[in-house]
Design a protein around this ligand. Structure first.
Ligand code: KG4
Ligand code: ZN
Length: 361
């Protein structure tokens, strides 16, 4: 498809309801309107995201968020070239809510539907703000996923390694919960860590002694629990645990990233390292990864903070890039709880268990 494309994007795979209008012209993306509503308060009582509550909240908010994003963009329905929605992976009730809304708009307006893989949205997210050309090495690190991916082009993803148990974001969330910190786990731990000492508590770095790019975070979580039980939890002890935990995660991800860059160096004609996903919002981690990339002679990109965590701009971008290549999806496209980015290596090695948002593979 030629010329400028204006796409409405919808994201409802977890606990963020989001709508965005994006224009893609000559390969450059401009976000024209964007609205997001977080459900942190709805789930706070339960200590985790409750799928049924999430789905209901998406249904209640989606129509008005879409209307506001369209209003911000200053366009009417006639101005849209297509509508894109997350079709998976994620909590199935929420994914169905967003995908159904997109199907209704596509049907009513006679415009193409683009069913987007949420992970592809994260994978392309740095391209919202900067020109990041293919191929690149991606570390996708969020609440449901933690993997290294060779991004060879749109739709061409090769998984190089992944967590074998929990995602890094999940470990942040569990640590915050065990310490009784309020709000979203990652930012809460990061805030506490500011006044803690990163070497105060001795925590493990699982799998660093083994070759390859697979990672593990569940042992780290158990070690945090033991550290909490070991001594009285004074404010300083709490800050020390957070700082030591954050340091352990940063060590694991930095050392594995170093290995990943060394591995792809000869395969890629362009040396670019990208980190995306909610945990990429962590400042300590970003700084460590950036320094490691520089050390390897790689260009480093991370999306602006607001596009690290779940958002609809990245879904609109993935939709626009697909539609630009003439790709759209039928109106009976199903919502998928599980949908690996690299289907070939996931089916070859379906080892990884379910997480907050389904399979981590
Ligand atoms: O990408 P995202 O919004 O949702 C998924 O697709 O999973 O990522 C959410 C995850 C949560 O686990 C959250 O605690 C973590 O990203 N996160 C952070 C930070 N901000 C969000 N982790 C560490 N430091 C942060 N600043
Ligand atoms: Zn996400």
């Amino acid at each position: 498809m030629q010329g400028a494309l204006t796409i409405l994007g919808i994201e409802t795979s977890c606990d963020e309801t989001a709508a965005a209008v994006l224009r893609l012209e000559d390969g450059r993306a401009t976000v024209l309107g964007e609205r997001i509503a977080s459900q942190t308060e709805e789930h706070a009582l339960y200590g985790g995201v409750v799928p049924e509550i999430a789905a209901r909240a998406h249904v209640e908010r989606l129509d008005s968020l879409i209307a506001l994003a369209m209003q911000d963009a200053g366009i009417g329905w006639g101005g849209l070239s297509g509508v894109a929605a997350t079709a998976g992976p994620g909590l199935i009730g929420g994914v169905m809510a967003g995908l159904s809304a997109a199907k209704a708009i596509a049907l009513a307006r006679g415009i193409p539907l683009i069913a987007v893989n949420h992970l592809e949205g994260h994978a392309l997210s740095p391209r919202l703000a900067e020109e990041v050309s293919f191929p690149y090495l991606l570390l996708l690190v969020s609440g449901g996923h933690c993997q290294f991916v060779a991004v060879e082009g749109l739709g061409h993803y090769r998984r190089l390694g992944s967590t074998i148990d929990d995602a890094a974001g999940e470990a942040f969330d569990k640590t915050a919960k065990m310490l009784g910190l309020a709000g979203q786990g990652g930012p809460a731990v990061e805030r506490e860590a500011l006044t803690g000492h990163p070497k105060a508590v001795d925590l493990p770095r699982p799998l660093l002694d083994r070759p390859g790019l697979d990672m593990s975070f569940s042992g780290l979580k158990t070690a945090v629990r033991r550290a909490i039980e070991e001594k009285p939890l004074t404010p300083q002890r709490r800050a020390d645990i957070c700082a030591s935990f954050q340091e352990a995660v940063a060590d694991i991800l930095t050392m594995k990233s170093s290995r990943a860059m060394a591995q792809v160096k000869d395969q890629f004609d362009r040396h670019t390292f990208v980190v995306a996903g909610g945990v990429a919002a962590n400042k300590t981690l970003r700084a460590r990864l950036e320094a490691e990339a520089r050390h390897h002679g790689f260009h480093f990109f991370a999306p602006p903070m607001r596009w690290c965590t779940d958002n609809a701009a990245m879904i609109a971008l993935a939709g626009a890039e697909r539609l630009h290549r003439g790709i759209s999806d039928p109106l009976d496209t199903p919502a998928r709880a599980r949908w690996p980015l690299d289907e070939s290596s996931a089916s070859a090695a379906p080892i990884y268990g379910g997480g907050k948002k389904g399979a981590k593979a």
